[in-house]
Design a protein around this ligand. Structure first.
Ligand SMILES: [Zn+2]
Length: 276
């Protein structure tokens, strides 16, 4: 049982089948040797027949079997919900939290906590990184900044400019391939894979992973073909390493697909602000 939930609160939540408590404890029914989520639709046993336990593992250790109706072994289900939601968050027009949670059959508050627990970032922050990725892609593909704003799915310029701040240069400069900009870069190991970090005088510019990453910065050259690229010196590497270390300290579910962990990790890197 979670330290923050007493047994009366747990019983009340169980009695009203409150989904917001799913994942916070399980209900073990002594008369049937089955354990359930608080929201289980099954008929309620008498209170003296139940025990409230912290999670499925504790119930199994105590000899209980998972209910086939509410499927309380929710780890796989939770992960599947986060994966499904992450795909929606990467879309041009991600749904608001309530719709996102409803789409994967969770209560909004519970789903927000679940997403944060598994990815290390909030759904909104995750969506923002996806948008920022689209901003750079649109700036590279479109004819000018105004066209890019709409190509990236923005209805108005203000949010576009806010997200474009992650480029480490103005959208105009990014659209011009980084002309006039100098980027220092370094390649580091990170939990989701090899990582390339770059920074301009304005701050951290771009973080790239796996297939994007190579030894000579070609991925950065492709993103900013007109910029001056310089390998970071020891001091730059130390700053970048510290930044990666802070992001790596945030717990996340290592069993999530790499693409999701990649976006979440870059979100954590950006969340540290600019510059160091
Ligand atoms: Zn059940």
């Amino acid at each position: 049982m979670s330290a923050t939930i007493d047994s009366d609160t747990a019983w009340d939540a169980f009695a009203r089948r409150d989904r917001a408590f799913d994942g916070r404890f399980v209900v073990a029914v002594r008369s049937t040797h089955i354990y359930c989520k608080p929201s289980c639709a099954a008929r309620r046993p008498r209170r003296e027949h139940v025990a409230f336990l912290p999670d499925a593992a504790a119930a199994q250790a105590a000899g209980y079997r998972a209910c086939r109706r509410c499927l309380p072994d929710s780890v796989a289900r939770d992960r599947a919900a986060v994966i499904a939601a992450a795909a929606l968050l990467a879309a041009d027009a991600p749904p608001p939290l309530a719709a996102l949670a409803a789409g994967v059959d969770y209560a909004p508050h519970h789903f927000h906590r679940l997403f944060h627990r598994l990815t290390g970032v909030t759904p909104a922050a995750y969506a923002r990184t996806c948008r920022a990725d689209r901003v750079l892609a649109a700036l590279r593909a479109s004819d000018g900044v105004t066209a890019a704003i709409y190509a990236a799915g923005y209805g108005a310029p203000s949010r576009f400019y806010a997200d474009a701040a992650r480029l480490g240069m103005t959208p105009q400069a990014a659209a011009a391939g980084g002309a006039g900009e100098t980027l220092h870069w370094v390649r580091l190991a990170a939990p989701p894979g090899p990582l390339l970090l770059a920074a301009s005088a304005r701050g951290w510019s771009r973080f790239a992973f796996d297939e994007d990453v190579d030894e000579d910065g070609a991925a950065l050259r492709a993103a900013f073909p007109a910029a001056t690229l310089l390998r970071g010196d020891a001091a730059f590497r130390a700053r970048a390493t510290a930044r990666v270390g802070r992001a790596a300290a945030v717990p996340a579910d290592a069993a999530l697909p790499l693409a999701i962990r990649n976006i979440a990790f870059r979100t954590l890197l950006h969340a540290q602000g600019n510059p160091d």
